[in-house]
Ligand binder design. Structure first.
Ligand code: F6P
Length: 327
């Protein structure tokens, strides 16, 4: 059995842990593993490398992906899907394990319906993939954002400032909610929950009236002032409005790709390893057209279609807990 393994979409900490686990388990099953470079692109224009025991040694704790990644969508390229299917056969592959977020799972689902034996593995720092309770990468991103918020507290207090911290989450506010809660944010804004600038300023002023000299506002990058607004640049606009309306000096920190870089947490290494082992076992069982997923404490499999439909939004009960600490 020859298994192709690819990582697609934005990278996230834990990808190398999955690669290592898939290869180690596959070798136990007597499979050969071919690493497909740069996501789906590596099957459009074939670019592969054999994944041996040696190739995956020493990578468990390393960020990024030794296979490289891209957001390539073969269905948008001229004869892209045909080329993928052609190269799948030409490379002598019997199955593909695709590690990715919603974009990668949507493409995996389409290739599965075209007859490719596919297994999905969920990843994303955004934690927005449906069908699984958790994705690896999220815990690391939350830890990085929480540390940043902790650090911003002391400088905010020293200067009596409002700090606006923008975290990733183009469609959902999981990182903002978790890091905001863990870091003791005074306001958290997420794309799922309507908000109002007057209310944000009221909360900050209330806090300052009761003697506090600084505030931390955490905002997910996907938050907009109005439906008509283009996404992006929210933190700077928000800071300008807060400063003008409250007269409190305000500064901005945009965490950006720092949240996706570097070594995964122990939790993410373990989750990624469990998913990798399970995915190789799914191939061995011929359990195709499905994605490994976490349900409670168990790793199970769900139809790829489940992961390819919609987004997992922030739990409103959790957001309500965070709101208790606003202002
Ligand atoms: O991985 C998802 C994500 O982190 C989003 O939150 C963010 O908008 C996006 O990736 C940015 O990624 P890139 O700069 O690689 O397109």
């Amino acid at each position: 059995m020859r298994v192709g393994l690819l990582t697609g979409g934005g990278d996230c900490p834990g990808l190398n842990a999955v690669i290592r686990a898939v290869v180690r388990r596959s070798l136990q099953h007597g499979f050969e593993v071919l690493g497909i470079k740069k996501g789906w692109l590596g099957l459009v224009t074939p670019e592969v490398r054999p994944l041996t025991l040696d190739a995956v040694s020493g990578i468990l704790h390393v960020g990024g992906t030794i296979l490289a990644t891209s957001r390539c969508n073969p269905f948008k390229l001229d004869h892209g899907a045909e080329r993928v299917l052609e190269h799948f056969s030409a490379l002598g592959l019997d199955a593909v394990i695709a590690v990715g977020g919603e974009g990668t799972m949507r493409k995996a689902h389409r290739f599965a319906t075209l007859g490719m034996p596919l297994v999905g593995v969920p990843k994303t720092i955004d934690n927005d993939l449906p069908g699984t309770d958790a994705t690896f990468g999220f815990d690391t991103a939350v830890a990085i954002a929480t540390e940043a918020i902790d650090r911003l507290h002391s400088t905010a207090e020293a200067h009596n400032r409002v700090m606006v911290v923008e975290v990733m989450g183009r469609d959902v506010g999981w990182i903002a909610t978790y890091a905001g809660l863990a870091g003791g944010a005074d306001v958290i804004l997420i794309p799922e929950v309507p908000w109002d600038i007057e209310e944000v300023c009221r909360l900050i002023k209330r806090r300052h009236w009761r003697g506090k000299t600084f505030s931390i506002v955490v905002v997910a990058e996907g938050v907009r002032f109005s439906e008509e607004d283009e996404p992006g640049g929210i933190a700077h606009r928000l800071a300008r409005e807060i400063e003008t309306r409250t007269q409190f000096e305000t500064r901005v920190t945009v965490l950006g790709h720092i949240q996706r870089g570097g070594s995964p947490t122990a939790y993410d290494r373990i989750l990624a390893t469990r998913f990798g082992i399970y995915a190789a076992d799914m191939v061995q069982r011929g359990e195709f057209g499905r994605m490994a997923a976490l349900r409670g404490r168990e790793v199970i499999s769900v139809p790829l279609e489940e992961a390819a439909t919609g987004l997992k939004k922030v739990d409103r009960d959790l957001y309500a807990i965070a709101q208790v600490f606003f202002g």
